[in-house]
Design a protein around this ligand. Structure first.
Ligand SMILES: NC(=O)c1ccc[n+]([C@@H]2O[C@H](COP(=O)([O-])OP(=O)(O)OC[C@H]3O[C@@H](n4cnc5c(N)ncnc54)[C@H](O)[C@@H]3O)[C@@H](O)[C@H]2O)c1
Length: 266
């Protein structure tokens, strides 16, 4: 029988109850990893864990953690250590998008652009998408260093890190931050044999883009920006994350891959 590409590995996945994070959890479990899903909402996490258990033989646990709170992320990583003894891979997929791509005005006549954005909305996007990824990286790496084992961290950025999108300044800035966090943290972690890479998806079929998928103008906007003429699937993102998580990418660190249907070719 073929040995899975993550056999004997333990993977912690934030945002693991939905979309790209859930697809990563399922795909990694198929490749032999033991999984700790983290997200918001116990029912959502239990439902995702049950789906993965029913499709694989792997062990799947879940721990609720809001990525904005350092103590909750520290507790998540400690729980993974307590349950499985080590952490080998991390996918930091928790994120939000408050984007207003279609530039409609709301009932108060305000646009979705930066000039009209309340500071608390900006702070929330940066807190979840950038600080949350930083906290996830920091606390996972602490345990990897303490155990002295090689590790692989995969951060979910976005093609919006490189493609400027009107109505989404906060999101673009947060994802550009994730990309540079990945580069710089990878340099710090070289001596510890921990690789840090990122993925910059284009438009993907997940709940995050459901509103745009359901809207004719939204769908047209996404497809017009995507030379391949279709949205990406969560499985395509999970396969990219799997490559970065496993030993096949053993000479790659500090990189951001862009599975985006040709939206941005670096
Ligand atoms: N779907 C796309 O087109 C697309 C494109 C590029 C990048 N991304 C990125 O991929 C990642 C996953 O997004 P998705 O498309 O799967 O969306 P999704 O909404 O299906 O999943 C995001 C998950 O993050 C969780 N989350 C949000 N805030 C959190 C918090 N404070 N603490 C813990 N968990 C929190 C949500 O509960 C949700 O389960 C995000 O970082 C997103 O920015 C998505």
């Amino acid at each position: 029988m073929a040995v899975g590409r993550l056999e004997g590995k333990v993977a912690v996945i934030t945002g693991g109850a939905s979309g790209i994070g859930k697809a990563c959890a399922l795909r990694f479990a198929e490749e032999g990893a033991e999984i700790v899903i983290s997200d918001l909402g116990s029912e959502r996490m239990e439902s995702a864990a049950a789906e993965i258990r029913s499709n694989t033989n792997g062990q799947v646990k879940w721990v609720e953690a809001n990525v904005c709170f350092e103590a909750q992320i520290a507790n998540l990583m400690q729980s993974a250590i307590d349950d499985f003894g080590h952490i080998d891979c991390v996918v930091a997929a928790a994120g939000v998008s408050g984007a207003h791509y279609l530039s409609d005005e709301n009932a108060e006549g305000l646009s979705g652009n930066l000039v009209d954005q309340p500071l608390e909305d900006w702070n929330q996007v940066l807190q979840i998408n950038l600080t949350g990824v930083m906290l996830t990286n920091k606390h996972a790496a602490r345990h990897m260093i303490a155990k002295g084992i090689p590790g692989s961290i995969v951060n979910i950025a976005s093609s919006a890190a490189r493609v400027a999108l009107s109505g989404a300044v906060d999101y673009c800035v947060s994802k550009a931050g994730v990309s540079m966090l990945t580069h710089a943290f990878a340099m710090e972690m070289l001596e510890n044999n921990i690789r840090v890479n990122a993925i910059g998806p284009g438009f993907i079929e997940t709940p995050m883009t459901q509103g745009l998928q359901d809207d004719d103008d939204g769908k047209e906007m996404m497809l017009s920006m995507t030379p391949m003429g279709r949205l990406g699937t969560p499985l395509e993102m999970a396969n990219t994350a799997l490559y970065l998580a496993c030993a096949e990418s053993s000479y790659t660190t500090g990189a951001t891959l862009y599975p985006n249907g040709g939206m941005y070719i670096s």
